[in-house]
Design a protein around this ligand. Sequence first.
Ligand code: AMP
Length: 301
Amino acid sequence: MLDERTPSTAITGYAPMLSLPDPRSARQWCRDQRQSGLSLGFVPTMGALHEGHLSLVRRALAENDRVCVSVFVNPLQFNDADDFQRYPRDPERDRRLLEDQGCHMMFSGTLGQFFPGSAGNSIPIVDPGPAAAGVEGDARPHHFGGVATIVRRLFEVVQPERAYFGEKDFQQTLVVRHVAAGLGYPEIAVCPTVREADGIAMSSRNVLLDADCRPRARALSIALFAARKAWGDGTRDPGALRATMQEVMAAAGVEWEYAEVRDPVHWQAEPPRARMDRAQALVAATVCGVRLIDTLRLDTP
Ligand code: AMP
């Protein structure tokens, strides 16, 4: 007989999300799901969640029986200790947002729990593959090695059928595909960039931007869309595409770190010189002390 004080999931359709404190318990839960024949979708994050993350969670929920999300600010991928300290964290809000979406499990952990037996700088770094060279890889040495190392460990913990990443971190998606190819799983889904109403790509770091900084922060997306317009008007010369983006950012008073184009299918570390058949534009700039990146495929509407 049902206890009236504890409504059954079957009646309410509501199941509280499980929040697990470490990778060991997450691994066990994920194994249980797989052994029950349930497909598992996985969304790795660093928390301070926003609509961009939640769009990945919704897609994962639509395509899998169970969805789990990791929330872990990975020190291995930061090359600046201040940036790591300042990175926004709000685990209780993250938990509520994920539960509202219908996510089944979230987990976190410490570096020591993810890599037991390894002290901070003795953790073996996973090769991030050829796409780690150039652009963001040059701007942030060791960043993609840190990404590949934690992503592989997260995949080993969850062993998902599918994992979901945002196009916003385009070069990262290439690194993640390299890691997944090495393991033989999971299938990688790349989801479109979710933008704020003013065009700025959603990012956990946006909360660090005060109102005065937003017009300058907008310059990144305006530059990308100007490059897409130039592409639509027939521009195929990489130098001209770069110049279009640089002009927009210079006019807004933004000092860009890079404003680049690359072939998204055949990644090359070096800037292309020849006329392009397809192009991914990538920009990075620090605005009011906050490092922002954004990207846009130019040859699609
Ligand atoms: P992060 O917490 O920044 O490591 O991001 C976790 C995942 O969310 C990564 O796959 C990101 O690419 C993705 N993501 C971050 N921002 C956005 C966005 N604005 N739109 C879509 N996906 C995003």
